[in-house]
Design a protein around this ligand. Structure first.
Ligand code: SF4
Length: 230
C-alpha cells in the first residue's frame, strides 16, 4: 500500500462476518515458523499506515461468514499442513475470536501477526502463537503479556546503537521515533526492509545480519519472495 491505505479503526461486524482480502497456501516466510507450509488468511484493512508497506489489503469486497471462511481455508489445507496464519492488514482490527476458536478446535496451530496496538480477548492455548512486529512507540498493554515473539524490520543506518532495533518511524519517512522494544529475554526476529531497490536492500540485509550477530537476534528473510511465492 506504500502509505496510501485509509487508516481504519477496530470494528466488529454485527453479523460476525469478516472482511477478508485473500486466503492462500504458501510457505511462511518470516518469524518462528519460517519455512513451514501454512494457509494464510489475510484480513483486510489496517489501523496504521506504514510508508514502506507493500501488502495489498484494501481491494477485496469479500465479507464471508465464519462458515464460508472455514470452507475456504479447508480448500487450501493439505494433510501435512496444520498451520493457519492470520495476518493483514491488522487482523486484530476485526473480531477474529470465533475464527481462532474454530481453527484451534480443529486441532490446527494458529499464528497471529499483529503490529501490537490492538487487543482481543484471545484464548490462552499453546497452539496459538502471537507474533508482534511493533510499528509504534507503545504496545497495547493487554496484548503485550501475550506476545510470543517480536519481529523488527531493519533498515541500514536506522538502528539504535544500544539494541540494534529501529530508530525511525514507520509512519513518516525519516522521522526519528523509538518504536516499542521487546522485554528482556523475548524471542526477537529481525528482517531486512524491502525498499524495492537492490542496492538499498543489500544494505538493509547486511545491517540486519550485523544486528543479529551483535545482539543475538534471529535473522529471518522473506523467503516466500525468494521462492516467488505469495
Ligand atoms: S501495520 Fe503492517 S499491514 Fe499495516 S500498514 Fe504497517 S506494515 Fe502494512
Amino acid at each position: 500500500m506504500f502509505g496510501q491505505n485509509p487508516v481504519r479503526r477496530q470494528q466488529f461486524s454485527e453479523d460476525g462476518s469478516l472482511w477478508v482480502q485473500e486466503v492462500f497456501y504458501t510457505l511462511q516466510g518470516e518469524g518462528p515458523f519460517s519455512g513451514q507450509p501454512a494457509v494464510f488468511v489475510r484480513l483486510a484493512g489496517c489501523n496504521l499506515r506504514c510508508f514502506w508497506c507493500d501488502t495489498e489489503f484494501e481491494s477485496s469486497d469479500w465479507t464471508p461468514s465464519l462458515e464460508a471462511l472455514l470452507d475456504r481455508v479447508d480448500t487450501h489445507l493439505t494433510p501435512t499442513c496444520d498451520l493457519v496464519v492470520l495476518t493483514g492488514g491488522e487482523p486484530l482490527r476485526q473480531d477474529i475470536r470465533p475464527l481462532v476458536g474454530a481453527l484451534l478446535g480443529r486441532g490446527l496451530r494458529v499464528q497471529i501477526e499483529t503490529a501490537g496496538t490492538l487487543w482481543l480477548d484471545l484464548p490462552d492455548d499453546p497452539r496459538l502463537t502471537i507474533v508482534c512486529s511493533p510499528k509504534t512507540g507503545r504496545l497495547n498493554v493487554e496484548l503485550a503479556p501475550r506476545i510470543d515473539a517480536y519481529k523488527y524490520v531493519i533498515a541500514a543506518n536506522e538502528v539504535a546503537d544500544d539494541d540494534g532495533l529501529p530508530t525511525r518511524s514507520t509512519q513518516a519517512r525519516g522521522k526519528a521515533t523509538r518504536i516499542a522494544r521487546p522485554p528482556a529475554g523475548a524471542k526477537v526476529y529481525v528482517m531486512p526492509r524491502d525498499d524495492q531497490d537492490p542496492r538499498a536492500n543489500r544494505e538493509n540485509t547486511l545491517a540486519t545480519a550485523a544486528v543479529a550477530l551483535r545482539f543475538g537476534y534471529t535473522m529471518t528473510v522473506q523467503l516466500h519472495k525468494l521462492a516467488d511465492l505469495r
